[in-house]
Structure formats: structure tokens, C-alpha cells
Design a protein. Structure first.
Length: 47
């Protein structure tokens, strides 16, 4: 179960800025997963 709102507003803001400037797709995906989990959403796993 996702941990909704587990990030502070400062952490969320830093992750959003990092997502915009990051070139590495793997890192962008991990940041996006953290932000989605914080919003209470899950990420479907591709098989």
C-alpha cells in the first residue's frame, strides 16, 4: 500500500525540480515513482 504524503513539501519540491533537470531516464523514473507514491498512486509493473 502506498504511503500517501510521506514526503515533506520541501522534499517534494526538490524531487520535482530534479525530475525536470535530470537527463538519466532511470533516475527520472525513480523520482517519478516516489512522487506518484507520495500522491497515493501505484505504478504498474511491465512484465
Amino acid at each position: 500500500m502506498p504511503a500517501k504524503n510521506h514526503l515533506t513539501s520541501e522534499q517534494k519540491e526538490k524531487l520535482q525540480k530534479a525530475l525536470k533537470r535530470e537527463d538519466n531516464g532511470d533516475i527520472r523514473e525513480r523520482i517519478l515513482i516516489l512522487l506518484l507514491l507520495n500522491d497515493g498512486k501505484t505504478v504498474p509493473r511491465n512484465c
